[in-house]
Design a protein around this ligand. Sequence first.
Ligand SMILES: [Zn+2]
Length: 219
Amino acid sequence: MDKAVVIFSGGQDSTTCLGWAKNRYEDLEGISFNYGQRHHVETDQAKIIADKLGVPLTLFDISFYSKMVISALTGEGNVNLPHEDNHQLPASFVPNRNALFILLAHSFAQTKKAKVLIGGFCQTDFSGYPDCRETFTELMLKSLNLGSDQHIELKTPLMHLSKAETFKLAQQEGILDLVIRDSHTCYEGSPAANDWGRGCGNCPACLLRKKGYLEFIQL
Ligand SMILES: [Zn+2]
């Protein structure tokens, strides 16, 4: 069976992806990035979750990136406001972050002889992030394969799922408890435990997650 690499941040979506991948690939590794995000709780949780699932995880430091871009996730801005550079986008948008993650994971996959990359990109509840759309992620991979004469495949099991359906998938894959107890998506870095998972309950990421959980328990 092909080896797979999961782009893993320790958030709800990528934790669900890691559980999904764990049930399908025997040879699996995770890759995580410190891109200069304000809170380290996410990458701390990523290590804990990967350990619990028995998946080797490599964390790369690309914190220089926060000096090149404007985002409320890497700077001091308010996550509830529009983005400084483009008012159509949320302040939490990090320009080219997913492009960078896919590029670096594609390089890592070549080194590891992995033929499959897995990412929790989702265009349904995409929070207004244009780099989560399927057209973008597919074309990015196509360009990287073209530029390196590789045939690495990108799998995005959450691409067309709502947040409620992502909770449902976590349940089906047997990792719902892990998602709720350990994954971390909150923009404020709050570790507070709730029925729907960890977080402050008020930032856009928490509101999306809470809404999704309340819909999920009605399914
Ligand atoms: Zn929050």
